[in-house]
Design a protein around this ligand. Structure first.
Ligand code: NAD
Ligand code: TYD
Length: 351
């Protein structure tokens, strides 16, 4: 094997797409997927690669420092691509501590283990930290997030991610650890846990359940197809400049309500409902506390320096995504049984 790469959070939404890409594209890399399998982790996301000779899954917690240190001794990793995190803003509002522990302490444990394992020999080593555009805060009507935009996180989730970004940079400046960080906009695609807007609303439309739109639905997000995020990570992992940050985004801004109406229209068509039927499910509910108004990424640096551009237009991507969730009913049913119902009840009953 040419190198051994640790991918954390590989059983989650973005992680599973990245693991699939890396395992298939680089048969000469050993890909080790470390995941705790929280509610958001699902090995069913990876059935097509689980038997590949260059792939190994390890169940474990990044918060457990002894376990992480031993893992680095066992595998002698050359590089880390770190995605494991608590990732849902609404959950961070209900319970910030899990986010602080996983996203900050967990990231620091990985950095410490990498530092100890690599000693002073950092040649051909890399710690790649996958982060979010939410660290930059909230935009008004104008402007976009650049790599130089000052951090201004406003939710416990984004504050914990911002904190982990700072710690990763601190290990670069203080110890000379080779690092890259990328900050990406909202992802959509297959295998996303149905607590996030797009899979949640697809599932609710299908089941004729209310669509809980926060506030007036005027908040804006910049949506990128998850496979394009994985492609960007691949490019940055191989060609990114040591110590640098790259913004990743789709130049694809939508108000929530416009996006939801597009989903309703496509779903009417797919489910052979009269046009306008699914829109009737739209229900305006109490806004999210501290709801960031607008995110928009300027990904010019990634395009100009590393030649990455998104490969899929949103109109096609959202149709493919809806098809995937409709065709993978069993995947959805397995996830939405048990604990999910408790979560849903707690999150939405009082809105
Ligand atoms: P996800 O919630 O779908 O997956 C997270 C994964 O991490 C799960 O498989 C979970 O089991 C695992 N995990 C959680 N805690 C762990 C722990 N203590 N130890 C080991 N594994 C643990 O998240 P996602 O949407 O795939 O996001 C992945 C990364 O990308 C996160 O770091 C997130 O901040 C970042 N990101 C996400 C988006 C987005 O739109 N989803 C956008 C930009 C950046
Ligand atoms: P989400 O998918 O949670 O991503 P993020 O908050 O990280 O951007 O939400 C996307 C947008 O959709 C956000 O503005 C909040 C809104 N939203 C709703 O209106 N209703 C919902 O039930 C959810 C989950 C999100």
């Amino acid at each position: 094997m040419e190198k051994t790469v640790l991918i954390t959070g590989g059983a989650g939404f973005i992680g599973s797409h990245l693991v699939r890409l890396m395992v298939n594209k680089y048969p000469n890399y050993k890909i080790v997927n470390l995941d705790k399998l929280t509610y958001a982790g699902n090995l069913a996301n990876l059935t097509d690669v689980e038997d590949k000779p260059n792939y190994e899954f390890v169940k474990g917690d990044i918060v457990d420092a002894d376990f992480i240190n031993q893992l680095f001794k066992d595998f002698n990793f050359d590089s880390v691509i770190h995605l494991a995190a608590e990732s849902h803003v609404d959950r961070s509002i209900e319970g910030p501590m899990e986010f602080i522990v996983t996203n900050i302490v967990g990231t620091t444990n990985l950095l410490n283990a990498a530092k100890d394992s690599w000693g002073n020999n950092f040649s051909d080593k890399l710690f790649y930290h996958v982060s979010t555009d939410e660290v930059y805060g909230s935009l008004g009507e104008e402007g976009m997030f650049l790599e130089t935009t000052p951090y201004d996180p406003r939710s416990p989730y984004s504050a914990s991610k911002a904190s982990s970004d700072h710690i990763v940079r601190a290990y670069h400046h203080t110890y000379g650890m080779p690092i890259v960080i990328s900050n990406c906009s909202n992802n959509y695609g297959s295998h996303q846990f149905p607590e996030k807007l797009i899979p949640l609303f697809i599932n609710n439309i299908k089941n004729n359940k209310a669509l809980p739109v926060y506030g007036k639905g005027e908040n804006i997000r910049d949506w990128l197809w998850v496979n394009d995020h994985a492609r960007a990570i691949d490019v940055i992992f191989h060609d990114g400049k040591n110590g640098d940050t790259y913004n990743i985004g789709g130049h694809n801004e939508w108000t929530n309500i416009d996006l939801i109406k597009v989903m309703c229209k496509v779903m009417d068509e797919k489910l052979s409902r009269p046009l306008g039927e699914s829109e009737k499910l739209i229900t305006y509910v109490t806004d999210r506390a501290g709801h960031d108004m607008r995110y928009a990424i300027d990904a010019t640096k990634l395009k100009e320096e590393l030649g990455w551009v998104p490969s899929l237009q949103f109109e096609e991507g959202i149709r493919n995504t809806i098809d995937w969730y409709l065709e993978n009913e069993e995947w959805m049913n397995n996830i939405t049984s048990g604990d999910y119902e408790n979560y849903y009840e707690k999150q939405y009953a009082t809105r």
